[in-house]
Design a protein. Sequence first.
Length: 292
Amino acid sequence: MKKRLVIASTVMIALSLTACGNQSSSTNDTSSSVKTAKKVSSSSSTSATKQTDKFNNNEYGVMGYLMLSQTSASKLANTTRSTGDNEGMKITKNGNTYTFGVFPMGHSANVIVNNDNVTVRYDENADGTGMGDKNGSKTYSKDELANKYASQKDDIDKVIAKFDLNKDTNTTNNQQPVPTDLDEKTEAVLIYAKANGFDTLDVSDDNKAKMELSTADNDRKTVGYGSDGDVQYQIDGNNVTYWTLDHSNDTPAYKQKMVEHTTTLSELKQEFYTAGNQRQTVDIISDNMEED
């Protein structure tokens, strides 16, 4: 009887040791799996970081517009570059903000490059598509942009070179000499000519209308004849920002939104105040301008 008890005890001990061994093995396997998962996760994170680091702000600025417009970098690189307000695309840069303007439609989108993402502010239609009459905004992560447009990097860099985005437009403009010989009324006439065309400056004998200069409720200067061609503007040193009504569709003037444009006093003087006949026209209008 005692021999049977000893044998039974021995068997129970053996089974217990086997169970412990299996549990220990299971624990080791689980621990190993966790370590492997962490390693894969860490490797994936490192890979994503390296991907986003491959691109600079200029490239992310272009990517943001490509994502919004659902176009290719190659197509954008082959788009006609607009100078002045002629038909084509105009892209300007001010710090980490990139403005994409389509002329003569006048629609524009601002792309702001942040630390981890890119925000695009644009003209939105009521159905959520672009190029409408209400303000829209979308934000994309740098990860998704980098993954989507990595294969288009060469064409993106062509866009950057074509539109001179490697230099800051605002900084360049600030370095230009300010034409201090222009008085306030002359500046206003030149801005109006830029916005509406020089041929709208009518000084014929039968034209009795006088251009007016005033200050709007938003503190912007306003110049015009009291019609939907009036222009709002602000001047900062040599830089000029001006706003005009969007006449690209049949929307009544009182419902149209204001579209932002930029230029410089130096450019205005060169374009509209150099030739003798142009200068004479500008002087006649500025001399007779009414100021409120």
